[in-house]
Design a protein around this ligand. Structure first.
Ligand SMILES: Nc1ncnc2c1ncn2[C@@H]1O[C@H](COP(=O)(O)OP(=O)(O)OP(=O)(O)O)[C@@H](O)[C@H]1O
Length: 532
């Protein structure tokens, strides 16, 4: 039996169902590269072929399969078919294996390790007796079989001995370098998508013929994978097909202001009554629950230290000793997703909106997309009084005289004089004499002040409750409001949400002193931050 899972070029790509269900497969790709999508496509195909599987769902994102297919959802809450805390797991799994019923084992709201240990033990024991083809799918395998830390030994055993019992395994991870080596090396089929972190590229190197092939991985698009091993006759680049059920693993988009509390985040029904299409219901975010939100890091501390090692310097090449790493700590950088409203338009005045992400330490604009990038934005203007901001925001490149500034800002001469002095002190304007002996004040801003209509940035990231220590926030909503009101008097802040970004602060020491390196906790790149 064959399962159509996607396309390679314009040909359908089919895989052998027997090989998938009783074999050992890994799906590896970084966050956002399409793992959950591809697992869902595989599950849909298995459901259609009436082949049994049990999917360990760590995020509660697969229940939408129930909208189309007959399966059993074991989890927490009223919407589930079976309560994970009360289920007789051996009995349920025996029936599921015998009847080939798919099971979603949703551990997102439970003690995951304990529940997964119990499931894998039950499955292995049952299959030692029943020997009927059944597939175990382990999402986020790095959580359950980590390279360092407590690994669930039954999963390792299934990867070694499951096949003979009819019990196949499919493990998915975004961090292959963090998964126990022997499970990945047991996999006779690999489905590998976009990867960018060096350690992860190294970890999958064994599946490829050359470094050049491995490097192709970083150029893949979401949904594109290489399929290799027993599932495909030869290595093929493919794209997973359309999903038949809704994808609930979408990154929740930040809405203006505090999002409405969701009383029941999940509303699956086997036969939904006719109703207009609804946007997928996001799980409540930490912000809904009144907890500080942090973006989930990709790098672990040891990897940050490895990167920092490669950045060590010597004063004189070959003569001096290299710098030493004396500390490496995760610090969380405060950011805010800001939504603003203002009245704008050249001919007809209408309400306009803008959105951006602000660094709450230095006031820079931030672009978060598989790493954090910073632009100066409004940073030079924080700390100025309202008149000074008004002046600098309106000052033309050729400069203005004091009476011109007074007319532009409609401020009293004394107030303008004081503000201009402050701007001179901060080296944001300079005084020049023109031929007519008039004094002209010229702007010295290093960067243009961003125009509101050009700001369309939002955070699309996975968050978790903040666990580490955050950098103190220096910029408050009120600071930003008065700054922006000086630029655009009709402006109101319509939404503000604080989210913490993971950064590693590494202290490097040499004989002549210390320096700090800030490494992006997602991309591993250097960040232009300081120890303020
Ligand atoms: N085959 C595909 N066809 C169309 N869109 C896709 C495909 N695969 C992925 N996508 C798009 O990419 C987004 C991210 O995919 P997905 O949620 O599966 O990533 P992921 O690797 O599971 O990420 P994470 O590990 O962070 O959960 C999806 O919301 C979808 O928009």
């Amino acid at each position: 039996m064959e399962l159509a899972i996607g396309k390679t070029g314009d040909r359908d790509l089919v895989v052998d169902a027997q090989e998938l269900v009783t074999g050992r497969t890994c799906i590896i790709a970084q966050s956002g590269a399409g793992k959950s999508w591809s697992i869902a496509v595989l599950c849909e195909q298995l459901c259609k072929a009436r082949i049994g599987f049990c999917l360990i769902d760590t995020e509660g994102e697969y229940f939408s399969l129930k909208d189309r297919f007959e399966l059993c959802w074991v989890g927490s809450g009223d919407d589930c078919d079976v309560d994970i805390e009360r289920v007789d797991l051996a009995e349920l799994m025996r029936n599921a294996i015998k009847s080939g019923t798919p099971v979603i084992y949703d551990v997102s709201e439970t003690q995951m390790q304990e529940k997964v240990t119990e499931l894998t033990t039950v499955l292995y024991d049952l299959e030692s007796e029943l020997r009927k083809p059944y597939l175990l799918i382990v999402e986020e395998a790095d959580k359950f079989i980590p390279q360092s830390g407590e690994s669930i030994k039954k999963i390792e055993e299934i990867s070694r001995r499951g096949r003979k019992r009819g019990l196949g395994i499919l493990v998915a991870t975004q961090r292959p370098s963090l998964v126990v080596k022997n499970v990945l090396s047991q996999c006779n089929s690999q489905i590998i998508g976009k990867l960018s972190i060096e350690n992860d590229l190294k970890a999958v190197g064994v599946f490829f013929g050359s470094r050049k092939e491995v490097e192709e991985l970083s150029a893949l698009e979401p949904g594109e994978f290489f399929v290799m091993g027993s599932l495909a006759r030869e290595k093929v680049k493919m794209r997973f097909g359309r999903r038949e059920t809704e994808h609930r693993g979408l990154t929740p988009k930040l809405a203006p202001g505090k999002p409405a509390r969701q009383s029941t985040p999940r509303t699956p029904r086997a036969h939904p009554p006719p109703q207009p299409p609804q946007p997928p219901a996001p799980r409540p975010t930490p912000a809904d629950e009144g907890v500080d939100e942090a973006i989930v890091p990709v790098l672990i501390r040891e990897e940050a230290i490895d990167i920092a090692k490669s950045r060590r310097r010597r004063k004189f090449p070959f003569l001096d000793p290299e710098e030493r790493i004396v500390a490496a700590d995760a610090v969380y950088w405060p950011l805010a997703q800001v939504e603003v409203k203002y009245i704008g338009g050249l001919l007809r005045k209408t309400t306009k909106t803008a959105s951006f992400v602000l660094d709450l330490v230095a006031g820079r604009l931030v672009d978060v997309n598989r790493g954090m990038k910073m632009k100066p934005g409004f940073s030079e203007l924080f700390g100025l009084d309202e008149t000074a901001v008004k002046i600098i925001a309106r000052l033309p490149p050729g400069g203005s005289t004091l009476p011109e500034i007074e007319a532009d800002t409609r401020e009293a001469p004394e107030t303008v004089k004081r503000a201009v002095k402050d701007l001179e002190k901060r080296k944001l304007v300079t005084e020049v004499k023109t031929a007519g002996k008039a004094t002209v004040f010229m702007p010295l801003l290093l960067h243009e002040i961003p125009r509101l209509q050009s700001l369309r940035q939002s955070l699309q990231v996975k968050t978790e409750p903040l666990r580490g220590s955050p950098r103190p926030q220096k910029i408050r909503e009120s600071d930003l409001r008065s700054l922006l009101k000086a630029i655009e008097p009709t402006l109101e802040i319509a939404g503000w949400r604080t989210v913490y970004y993971p950064v590693y602060e590494v202290v490097l020491a040499a004989e002549d002193g210390e320096r700090r390196l800030y490494l992006d906790g997602i991309s591993g790149r250097d960040l232009p931050l300081s120890s303020v």
